[in-house]
Design a protein around this ligand. Structure first.
Ligand code: NAP
Length: 238
């Protein structure tokens, strides 16, 4: 049995991972936005040990909001499943909205990672996995800023992975194509969603279960020598 810290256990992908890890007998600790949702999960699962509520819109507040979680460590793994997307044309972009997206997808992850590293005994081995996206490397229309926030994660972790070897941390990202969650279906607003998926992702929309299987592997079984890598879960996306 191991201890995992998950950011975003109520969301589509985070919840699928949460259930797999709980069913495998691991202990789960969580950081999330939706306190009511996390309380419902805790009422249901005795292995869900503790959670803290945190809004990633303001990364400077994270240290205070999360201070209660570190006493339960050290954690064998940390998975950042939180994130937001944005469907926006370049002409209509607003600085405040872009900053909010980057705060939640990128700067909040950096801040939780920083706290994770400083609260972990230096020689305790841990795996960190963060949800990037196929948008980091392939193009999707009207999601340029989202793709940029995911590319920032991938560039950051490739570089940070070298420093984190000294702290016995392997760090990697997963880049899924469209996944069957509220977020994955956001492009429905543009119309012709099924056609878009069929054209760009021949194996169809990816189930949250497939993503959770891959995340569980990366958090529990993937060799520790795999670090600084971005793993693609493409559904045939091209
Ligand atoms: N769905 C896809 O097609 C797809 C594809 C590639 C990558 N991804 C990435 O996978 C991750 C999970 O996505 P999903 O599809 O599971 O989306 P989702 O169901 O919308 O879940 C998003 C998660 O982000 C959290 N979150 C949103 N705003 C927040 C804020 N201001 N402060 C703190 N937490 C916040 C939510 O927390 P609460 O529930 O607590 O509010 C939720 O747990 C994201 O990073 C996403 O970019 C998704």
């Amino acid at each position: 049995m191991a201890k995992f810290l998950i950011s975003g256990v109520v969301g589509g992908i985070g919840n699928a991972l949460f259930k797999r890890l709980i069913e495998a007998g691991h202990e789960i600790y969580a950081i999330g936005h939706d306190g009511e949702g996390m309380q419902k999960l805790q009422d249901q699962y005795s292995n869900f040990k503790h959670y803290v509520v945190c809004d990633y819109t303001n990364p400077q507040d994270i240290e205070k909001s999360c201070q209660d979680i570190w006493q339960y460590g050290p954690f064998d793994g940390f998975c950042y499943c939180s994130g937001q997307t944005q469907v926006q044309s370049v002409r209509k972009m607003k600085y405040e909205e872009n900053l909010k997206l980057f705060n939640i997808n990128f700067f909040a992850f950096l801040e939780v990672l920083r706290l994770f590293v400083i609260h972990k005994p230096k020689n305790y081995v841990s795996r960190v996995v963060v949800l990037s996206s196929i948008s980091s490397i392939l193009t999707t229309n009207y999601t340029a800023m989202y793709g940029a926030s995911k590319a920032a994660i991938d560039a950051f972790l490739k570089n940070a992975s070298i420093e984190l070897i000294n702290f016995k941390i392997s760090i990697n990202s997963l880049q899924p194509g469209y996944v069957d969650t509220k977020m994955g279906r956001i492009l429905e607003v543009l119309g012709d969603f099924e056609d878009r998926i069929a054209k760009s992702q021949p194996m169809g929309i990816i189930s949250t279960e497939d993503v959770a299987i891959e995340l569980e592997y990366m958090l529990t079984k993937m060799p520790l020598t795999v670090t600084g890598s971005c793993r693609l879960l493409s559904g045939g996306c091209h």
